[in-house]
Design a protein around this ligand. Structure first.
Ligand code: NAD
Ligand code: ZN
Length: 389
């Protein structure tokens, strides 16, 4: 099929399409007709094929104050799309390319992007408040009254079309099915990356993962592929344990059944003194403290992945002196343009288990049902198809 033919007529003009708008904190999203303006220099307009929702979308649909909170807004940041048109100075993308938008930037030119360490982009990562990467609060979305709608983390995939800066776009092989590729746009890449890059787990290690959503289960998948000897899953929802087995988890702990014992005591007992690596994939600071205490004295490493924008965390300084490490990780320490194609390749070689992350599929219009499923802990990832009727 020629993927470009149906797009060309809109080039340089606004496109009228449907989007799910979050108008007020805590309220259901509303499907509305919007205008998506053409891409400017260094930007690409993409047609979203499918999108999923991550806990971060759920959290930002509810926060009603703070520097990064604003309404009305088009949420969504896990998606796969096809390039519809490109702005000036866009190299490496053309109409019809299959692409993943990624909330984490990769300019490829700054000191940190050129370094082999970490995945910070000095040029762009500091700014998480703007609508568009190079144009501040300028928005490419207007509602039917002509009012601007805010972007979300430079992606806004809960729309049939969106405009994304090239620093946030990765071209991928069209060989990977789109409903598997979509998972690599945020949560699953974050979990696998945290195991491989941020923690750099070795064969035979012991690992504890707090929170078995898509992010936590993907940490387990990354640990399994590195040959971890013991992977302990901790979740208050025991329905997640059967899923955990599919990703190589060896032991499970339900904190609600631990009585007076602290969860860290239970983990230390299971892992013979403490785990080599622990991961917080919930976004609760008290869970992060427990994850930190659960690690081995001398060498233990804790990786914070759960997002909680407002809360300070208490860590005992004596533990830090005794050689325990803690660090946070955005997008699992992956450099999107370099590392996503590697994950795609490993899926195509049948090494990565992506299939078990997809628990539900719905048409885009039913997006509020997908929010409900995630909030109630019933789904990992629910694929929302844009064109499915
Ligand atoms: P999810 O809602 O699918 O999973 C969260 C899991 O945590 C659920 O299974 C829930 O039952 C469990 N949980 C809740 N309270 C718990 C507790 N007290 N102890 C143990 N488990 C508990 O979410 P997700 O999409 O997997 O995202 C997980 C976190 O990662 C969120 O905070 C999200 O914002 C964050 N995130 C971070 C990055 C990053 O780059 N750092 C990227 C994506 C997501
Ligand atoms: Zn950079």
């Amino acid at each position: 099929m020629d993927k470009t033919s149906s797009f060309s007529s809109h080039e340089g003009k606004p496109i009228r399409c449907k989007a799910a708008i979050c108008r007020k904190a805590g309220e259901a999203l509303v499907i509305e007709e919007i205008h998506v303006y053409p891409p400017q220099a260094y930007e690409v307009r993409i047609k979203i094929i499918c999108t999923t929702l991550c806990h971060t979308d759920l959290a930002f649909s509810k926060y009603n104050s703070g520097p990064v909170v604003r309404f009305p807004r088009i949420l969504g940041h896990e998606a796969v799309g096809v390039v519809e048109s490109i702005g000036e100075h866009v190299d490496g993308f053309k109409q019809g390319d299959v692409v993943l938008p990624v909330f984490h930037p990769h300019c490829e030119e700054c000191r940190d992007c050129k370094s082999s360490k970490g995945n910070w982009c000095t040029r762009f990562t500091e700014d998480i408040v703007s609508n568009t990467r190079r144009y501040g609060m300028a928005s490419r979305f207007k509602d039917s009254m002509g009012e601007d709608i805010h972007h979300f983390f430079f992606v806004s995939s809960f729309s049939e079309y969106t405009v994304v800066d090239i620093a946030h776009l990765v071209k991928i092989s069209p060989e990977i099915p789109v409903d598997r590729a979509v998972l690599l746009s945020c949560g699953v890449s974050t979990g696998i990356g945290a195991a491989w890059k941020t923690a750099d787990i070795e064969e035979g290690s012991t690992v504890a993962v707090f929170g078995l959503g898509a992010v936590g289960l993907a940490v387990g998948e990354g640990a399994r592929l590195r040959g971890a000897a013991q992977i302990i899953g901790i979740d208050i929802n025991p329905d997640k344990f059967a899923l955990g087995k599919e990703f190589g988890f060896t032991d499970f702990v339900n904190p609600t059944l631990c009585g007076d014992k602290k969860i860290s005591e239970v983990i230390k007992k299971i892992a013979g003194g403490g785990v080599d690596y622990s991961f917080e994939c919930v976004g609760i600071t008290s869970v992060l403290s427990e994850a930190f205490i659960s690690t081995r004295t001398g060498t233990g490493k804790t990786v914070a992945l759960g997002i909680n924008p407002a809360a300070p965390t208490e860590l005992h300084s004596f533990d830090l002196f005794r050689g325990k490490h803690v660090c946070g990780s955005l997008f699992g320490g992956l450099k999107p343009k370099l590392d996503i194609p590697v994950l795609v390749d490993r899926y195509l070689k049948k090494e990565l288990n992506l299939d078990s992350f997809i628990t539900h599929e719905l048409k885009f219009e039913d997006i509020n049902k997908a929010f409900d499923l995630l909030e109630k802990g019933k789904s990992l990832r629910c694929i929302l198809w844009m064109d499915k009727k």
